[in-house]
Design a protein around this ligand. Structure first.
Ligand code: PEP
Ligand code: MG
Length: 577
């Protein structure tokens, strides 16, 4: 029987493929007495070998996709698996206690884990404890006969099913095989959704219970444009989804003709269309989609893909690669925005009740805790500045004093580098993200001191509405077209222009086809979005008349009370469909 589900359409694309459940299996087992301990030892050997083979494959894939350094964690796991002392003790326990291999394994590894964990102040030992815990799970899974899911092991066309996907899970998905993913929770602006759009993987999020309804190997039909998911579709339904996929591909091919075209409205006004990236590798997609700039480089992914804080040289190389890859076109690099849904395993920050409202982003950078890290990043950026047109942007600014403090650190590092004889470009702009309502309200004052604004609507909307961007239960409050949000945005744009500065937007709203006409009307200068949305936005802009859009925006800002009213009004102005 076919089951139908509706979730949040998070990344365009249509896929029909088998389900791959990325859900932790039940690893519970019973402790039983055995007579034949030799047989249990042999079972253990088989499981150890299987785990070893599996880890070697995962390691190799990790080297290919993430690099040698990131794969090192698997070396540590392989070492645990080959530790003669631990394996000897497990076998001894099996023999002495006449118990099954599962129980012997668990007893000995638990003992080692406790031992290492109790060495409180030694992070190396803490990591060993974590390694042993991971390896135990893997060996246990082979003893019990269940599969530990691993995105890197997917080697046929699949739809990944998970309760949630972290940005690092998403980064591991191989787009050659993973055609779509569907999750229980998450929203359009969660970072896994944003990455799905960059990777061009279809995604439907927030279905509530897909993990309970789907078994490994079930056939799934997923439409990331509408949010529809079918479990075990009929042949007719498969055909329908395939047709929708083909229609989408055809539309994409039409947009592609605009790759080298100017971004101009019907009346000839130019707007800058930029793309958001997470890694230097994404620059390829930026150019392939004909974007005119990088409007947001989320550098925190550089930190998240690394086993430790990236060094100044490592960062320099990454920034240089992006600047060079963009061939002199502007590149807005945002300083590290850790926090919220983006964690760093090696950066020990206290757990917080409300991480999105907590110690994160620039708040860390300008604190004593983050000072060295911030300076390292700024030096790397300043050194890289000679390779292109760099713009530096600070995230999560609430107070003008925060900006001043960050800017002062920037000036200090710049002066130091110049004194050391290091070349630094003289045209670097320094701006801020506007993603906190306080800054949006006070934009007129900020505009006197910053070089530019980039409006981060993903956070601005969640903070204005007090609605978690990751929580599908409050997703009805996530209203980009609500007049309250539009007024804040308009305030920011007008404040920038009054001081002769430019205002861009790098939140997902910039690529939202319903929002674009309103933003054109408000005079937003730069639109930065997933690279895959650039061409469709260029195609839309060609149809817009700025005078008409100005009138639309003006009326939406002054006459409308609800999002629905704004949407109704917009229909009156978009008569080209
Ligand atoms: C935003 O908040 O709109 C933004 C662009 O930043 P992020 O999505 O990384 O929080
Ligand atoms: Mg943000």
């Amino acid at each position: 029987m076919t089951e139908m589900l509706k979730g949040i359409a998070a990344s365009d694309g249509v896929a029909v493929a088998k389900a791959y459940l990325l859900v932790q299996p039940d690893l519970s087992f019973e402790t039983v007495s055995v007579e034949d301990t030799n047989a249990e030892e042999a079972r253990l050997d088989v499981a150890l070998e299987a785990a070893q083979n599996e880890l070697s494959v995962i390691r190799e894939k990790a080297v290919d996709s993430l690099g040698e350094e990131a794969a090192q964690v698997f070396d540590a796991h392989l070492m645990v698996l080959a530790d003669p002392e631990m394996i000897g003790q497990i076998k001894e326990t099996i023999r002495a206690k006449k118990t099954n291999a599962e129980a012997g394994l668990k007893e000995v590894t638990d003992m080692f884990i406790t031992l290492f964990e109790n060495m409180d102040d030694n992070p190396y030992m803490q990591e060993r404890a974590a390694d042993i815990r991971d390896v135990t799970k893997r060996v246990l899974s082979h003893l019990i006969g269940v599969r530990l899911p691993n995105p890197a092991m997917i080697d046929e066309e699949s739809v990944v099913i998970a309760h949630d996907l972290t940005p690092s899970d998403t980064a591991q998905l191989d787009r050659n095989f993973v055609k779509a993913f569907v999750t229980n929770i998450g929203g359009r602006t969660s970072h896994s959704a944003i990455m799905a759009r960059t990777l061009e993987i279809a995604a439907v999020l927030g279905t509530n219970n897909i993990t309970e309804l789907v078994k490994d190997g079930d056939l799934l039909a997923v439409n990331g444009i509408t949010g529809d998911v079918l479990i075990n579709p009929s042949p007719e339904q498969i055909e329908e989804f395939k047709a929708a996929g083909q229609a989408y591909a055809k539309q994409k091919a039409e947009w592609e003709l605009l790759k080298d075209a100017q971004t101009v409205t019907a009346d000839g006004k130019h707007f800058e269309l930029a793309a958001n990236i997470g890694t230097p590798k994404d620059v390829e997609g930026v150019n392939a989609n004909g974007a005119e700039a990088v409007g947001l480089y989320r550098t925190e992914f550089l930190y998240m893909d690394s086993q430790d804080f990236p060094t100044e040289d490592e960062q320099y190389e990454a920034y240089k690669a992006v600047l060079e890859g963009m061939n002199g076109k502007p590149v807005v690099v945002r300083t590290m925005d850790i926090g919220g849904d983006k964690e760093l395993p090696y950066f020990d920050l206290p757990k917080e009740m409300n991480p999105f409202l907590g110690f994160r982003a620039l708040r860390i950078s300008i604190s004593e805790t983050g000072d060295a890290m911030f300076r390292t990043q700024l030096r790397a950026l300043l050194r890289a500045s000679v390779h292109g047109q760099l713009r530096i942007m600070f995230p999560m600014v609430a107070l003008l004093t925060e900006f001043r403090k960050a800017k002062a650190v920037y000036e200090e590092e710049k002066a130091k580098l110049l004194a050391e004889g290091v070349a630094v470009a003289d045209n670097i702009q320094v701006g801020i993200m506007i993603e906190i309502p306080a800054a949006a309200m006070l934009a007129d004052q900020f505009a006197k001191e910053v070089d530019f604004f980039s409006i981060g609507t993903n956070d601005l909307i969640q903070y204005t509405m007090a609605a978690d961007r990751m929580n599908e239960q409050v997703s009805y409050l996530y209203q980009p077209y609500n007049p309250s949000i539009l007024r804040l945005i308009n305030n920011v744009i007008k404040a920038a222009h009054k001081e002769g500065k430019w205002a861009g937007m790098c939140g997902e709203m910039a690529g939202d086809q319903t929002a674009v006409p309103l933003l054109v009307g408000m005079g937003l200068d730069e639109f930065s979005m997933s690279a895959t949305s650039v061409l469709r936005t260029r195609s839309l802009m060609k149809k817009l008349d700025t005078k008409k859009m100005q009138e639309l925006a003006e009326r939406a800002l002054t006459e409308c009370a609800t999002m629905e009213e704004v949407l109704e009004l917009e229909k009156e102005y978009l008569d080209f469909d």
